[in-house]
Write a protein that binds this ligand. Structure first.
Ligand SMILES: [Zn+2]
Length: 52
C-alpha cells in the first residue's frame, strides 16, 4: 500500500532556512503558513511549507 504521508519542511521566508519538519497527509487543501521561531534570524518569522 502506498504511503499517504508526506514529509514537508517549514521554511523561513526571510532566510530560507528549513527549521521544522512535519508529516502530513498527501491531500493538499491549503498551504501551511505559520509564525515560528527561526534560530538563524533569532526571531519569530513566517514559515512556509516546502519540500523536505
Ligand atoms: Zn530565518
Amino acid at each position: 500500500m502506498a504511503s499517504e504521508r508526506l514529509t514537508i519542511a517549514l521554511i523561513c521566508t526571510e532566510c530560507k532556512n528549513k527549521n521544522y519538519y512535519q508529516v502530513r497527509g498527501k491531500k493538499k487543501e491549503y498551504k501551511l503558513e505559520l509564525n515560528k521561531f527561526c534560530k538563524k534570524c533569532g526571531k519569530s518569522t513566517k514559515h512556509k511549507e516546502g519540500k523536505a
